[in-house]
Design a protein. Structure first.
Lengths: 154, 154
DNA sequence: CTCAATGCAAACAGTTTGCAGTCCT
DNA sequence: AGGACTGCAAACTGTTTGCATTGAG
């Protein structure tokens, strides 16, 4: 069994353990998220899957993603404008997004999980909130757009 | 001159330095953000200001906020669903948002700015992006909602 | 003066909703 | 068997756009 297959299986088991029904549509969306790992939008997922397996409505993609997000399994990336991107959150990482073209890259480093815990702990102490999740996002200009923008100025 | 007045004046100077026109509408929105500091939505700002000073259209609120966000002066908080909240970003802090009622609280600690710099630096190293901003958000359940939800279960 | 900013209303796009039919468990 | 899930299309809502008017520099 490949590494991604194992990840998919684990995610499904995790859902089943919560008595959430495993439908073909949910499996398709989950598989897409885990195998592609390309921060897709709802529309991207919908058209990609529908292209080969036309048994999926747009509303179901919305429902399914909302479910995964509620389970803390998938992250909503609101980026800048445009529509929302989704990311399977298998292990702690954060996102760097290009404010010019929207390209998103995952970043992590050895102590990142520890730093997140610190942020969560302080937030809980200061606010009394019961912390359920977090998200770090960094904005910037990707290398491609740096070149493009530099050329435009000439 | 009060502390907030000084902040407002500084923000205006900052805009003027970039040759951005200081219109009454922009001053109103800026003043609202700095004095209230309550993470308002577009609609909140629009109706609050229009209530006393009906010289402001909804489109202008959108324009103005987009301008401030582009200047890095204001942060867009996409929270969960609902519409977007805005926050005057005078000094480094992060946000804890209640996933049940949407209430947002600012949090910071002495080394927070340093931790952000680390996150930015690593992101730049790993991706080559030219970093222009960042945002940390923590999700949780606020104390009020913790009580409410506990009561519902009985 | 000049050109950017505003206001208005219509257009838009992504998202949500209601309900009948389907199918996991 | 039964309730959760899906699909469809209509309805919604927040946001954007175009253009004539206004006003900041």
């Amino acid at each position: 069994m490949s590494d991604t297959d194992k990840t998919i299986q684990e995610a499904i088991d995790q859902l089943r353990a919560k008595h959430i029904r495993i439908t073909p549509q949910r499996t398709l969306v989950l598989t897409y998220l885990i195998t592609k790992r390309n921060h897709p939008t709802v529309e991207t997922i919908y058209s990609a899957i529908n292209h080969e397996e036309p048994s999926l409505s747009l509303a179901t993609v919305y429902n399914t993603l909302k479910l995964f997000v509620d389970q803390g399994m998938v992250l909503e990336l609101s980026g800048n404008d445009e529509s929302i991107h989704y990311d399977y959150y298998g292990s702690p990482h954060y996102h760097v997004i290009c404010t010019n073209c929207g390209k998103i890259i995952d970043v992590t480093y050895p102590d990142f999980a520890k730093d997140l815990q610190k942020i969560d702990r302080i937030a809980a102490e200061q606010t009394g909130y019961k912390i359920t999740g977090n998200h770090v996002e960094v904005q910037g200009i990707c290398t491609d757009c740096q070149t493009k923008l530099a050329n435009q100025k000439n």
